[in-house]
Design a binder for this molecule. Structure first.
Ligand SMILES: *[C@@H]1O[C@H](CO)[C@@H](O)[C@H](O)[C@H]1NC(C)=O
Length: 192
């Protein structure tokens, strides 16, 4: 008798609880928050300017930039499709021997059949000063032959939470002998 009752009870309630639960799950995965919940109410959004040099070292015994996928096309002037994985040093001055402030980790790829445009996806991991451990993420288009290029800052972590902004790039030097490049980065970023 008791077992019968339990089974009946289960049969009658299970679909209901399931429905209610599903409804709650639908409603609960997004909620609006007051700025106070993340202690942001008294914090002002800051604008910071970061300047450093990015070293793309493809030559020598210790390259920081390595082709992991060559262009599948035999006669592509833009090497369409190639991908380089990078962990490029970021230094305070244009010389590689100047102070290391972080690493640019990510990849770039040739995404144009007609000009040398790169898709760049990079995390700038800062390793110095109060920003040590914080990161800035860049995702953008880099037409490398242009004098000035601009790429979006799409986010960040640590002191760069909620980051948005842009990076301006200027080629500082390029060696046609080694294909190594040094690029000046000026980053303008809003963050808390
Ligand atoms: C940066 O942070 C790491 C990890 O906490 C630490 O090992 C390193 O010494 C720090 N570097 C500087 C320059 O503060």
């Amino acid at each position: 008798m008791f077992i019968q009752f339990s089974i009946l009870f289960l049969l009658s309630t299970t679909p209901f609880t399931y429905l209610i639960k599903a409804k709650q799950d639908n409603n609960n995965f997004v909620r609006s928050l007051d700025h106070k919940a993340l202690s942001l109410e008294n914090k002002k959004e800051k604008l910071s300017h970061l300047k450093f040099y990015w070293h793309d070292i493809v030559s020598g015994n210790n390259p920081s930039s390595i082709t992991i996928v060559p262009s599948p096309l035999k006669n592509s002037a833009t090497s369409f499709g190639f991908v380089n994985m990078i962990e490029n040093p970021l230094t305070l001055g244009p010389k590689l021997s100047s102070k290391l402030v972080g690493k640019a980790q990510g990849f770039y790829a040739s995404t144009s059949l007609s000009e040398v445009d790169l898709l760049m996806a990079m995390n700038f991991a800062i390793t110095q000063g109060k920003y040590n451990g914080s990161t800035i993420t860049i995702l953008g288009r880099n037409p490398i032959l242009d004098k000035v290029r601009e790429m979006p800052i799409v986010g960040g972590s640590g002191l760069f939470q909620f980051a948005r902004g842009y990076a301006q790039l200027r080629t500082h030097s390029f060696s046609s002998k080694t294909n190594d490049a040094i690029v000046e980065y000026n980053i303008y970023v809003l963050h808390y």
